[in-house]
Design a protein around this ligand. Structure first.
Ligand code: SF4
Length: 96
């Protein structure tokens, strides 16, 4: 979620959430994330936003249209993918 006064440059300039109430993107536990995700749905920098949140391990809020739980799932899957690649490389080296 991008706050208006924090904008410096880059993808954030194109954020759909510029000027939108930040509280929408940081709902109370158990509250609906639907409205925030609706704003993200049409955002042209959604991918950049999601990657930023993943790279910076953002623990709270909706980023790239995803909740922390959804981002955690992606991080877990990526970690598994990395392990699988490492395993394949190790096995390939062992064979050759
Ligand atoms: S994806 Fe959502 S939170 Fe991220 S910049 Fe776009 S509107 Fe804002």
């Amino acid at each position: 979620m991008i706050e208006e006064d924090s904008i410096a440059e880059g993808w954030q300039d194109l954020a759909n959430c510029l000027g939108v109430d930040p509280d929408l993107f940081f709902p109370e536990r158990g509250a609906s994330t639907r409205e925030a995700k609706e704003v993200c749905r049409g955002c042209v920098v959604r991918g950049d936003c999601l990657e930023y949140a993943l790279q910076n391990s953002e623990k709270f809020g909706i980023w790239g249209g995803m909740s922390e739980r959804e981002r955690r799932r992606i991080r877990r899957q990526r970690a598994l993918d990395r392990q699988a690649v490492i395993q394949v490389v190790a096995e390939t080296k062992a064979i050759s």
